[in-house]
Design a protein around this ligand. Structure first.
Ligand SMILES: [Zn+2]
Length: 288
């Protein structure tokens, strides 16, 4: 362990020599308590996510064109993100029209859930679980570190610089690189466990029954058995194993004993009303 620590320190020093003007650095993540080497500042992280969001949204067939639905997803997302640890992140939750079940988080707090995923859920705490899980990826900075791996640190720092500058064409090219990098991003199993744990923490703090996380993971697992092709994309970015369900159960049984898995979600009726609106907004979903 000791040598690992020293190695990290040496890497940090080496990085500072290489990138003397980089705004980031080695800091402790407030959500996980872990030390990470991040090469861009929080401000740069937010600007990269903000710039990439419109193109990312287009990739998933654009926003579902219904104000009430968007406001509802934003309301549930705001509840879970408001109680997460990183300060100054402008979380924003968008329901996109893609029928393929999936959810994503861009660096800086732009979070997307597809109509395909929302249509498979049966209550609000399951929605809170997905949005809490994605908030967890942002809070733990998994996606920033993922981009550093995927796009490369030097390129990422370059992108951040271009976005801050006057070079509009350079910035547009930079955004395309980010979107491609994010689309190819694979979280590790450990990132997934950590995002589940943070999701459980946030949904509980926000007043939701954390068993919604186990329900959600079970819905996905059943779906992977009944419609194996439909979740390929989601499982590439967020690996799902039965072990994730076991781990989530263990956390809830250990830390949130007061909640019962059999108690009905008091907000289920509200969710189902929204799901009906979603079915009529994205008509092909209703035909299934
Ligand atoms: Zn995930």
């Amino acid at each position: 362990m000791m040598s690992k620590h020293i190695t990290r320190k040496r890497i940090a020093m080496f990085a500072m020599l290489l990138f003397p003007f980089v705004a980031g650095g080695c800091s402790m993540n407030p959500a996980t308590g872990k030390k990470h080497l991040i090469f861009i500042s929080q401000e740069q992280e937010i600007s990269i996510g903000t710039e990439a969001a419109p193109e990312f949204e287009k990739e998933f067939e654009g926003k579902v064109p219904n104000q009430e639905l968007q406001a509802y997803v934003q309301m549930v997302g705001s509840k879970v993100s408001a109680v997460s640890e990183r300060e100054g992140i402008p979380y924003e939750f968008t329901l996109v029209a893609s029928k393929i079940p999936n959810a994503f988080a861009l660096p800086g707090g732009k979070i997307f859930i597809t109509a395909g995923l929302m249509s498979k859920m049966t209550n609000e705490r399951q929605l809170a679980a997905v949005l809490g899980h994605e908030t967890g990826h942002v809070a733990a900075q998994h996606n920033v570190m993922g981009m550093q791996r995927q796009v490369g640190v030097a390129v990422l720092v370059d992108i951040a610089g271009q976005l801050a500058g006057e070079d509009k064409a350079g910035a547009a090219e930079a955004v395309t690189k980010v979107v491609a990098g994010m689309a190819g991003l694979r979280y590790s199993r450990n990132d997934e466990y950590e995002a589940d744990e943070l999701g459980i923490r946030y949904m509980t703090r926000a007043g939701y029954n954390p068993w919604g996380m186990v329900e959600l993971l079970t819905v996905l697992l059943n779906l992977s058995e009944s419609e194996p092709g439909s979740l390929t994309e989601m499982f590439q970015t967020h690996p799902l194993t039965t072990k994730r369900i076991e781990e989530a159960k263990e956390i809830i049984e250990d830390k949130h004993k007061d909640f019962s898995p059999t108690k009905a979600d008091p907000n289920a009726a509200r969710f189902l009303r929204m799901r009906r609106i979603l079915f009529s907004a994205v008509s092909e979903l209703a035909e299934k």
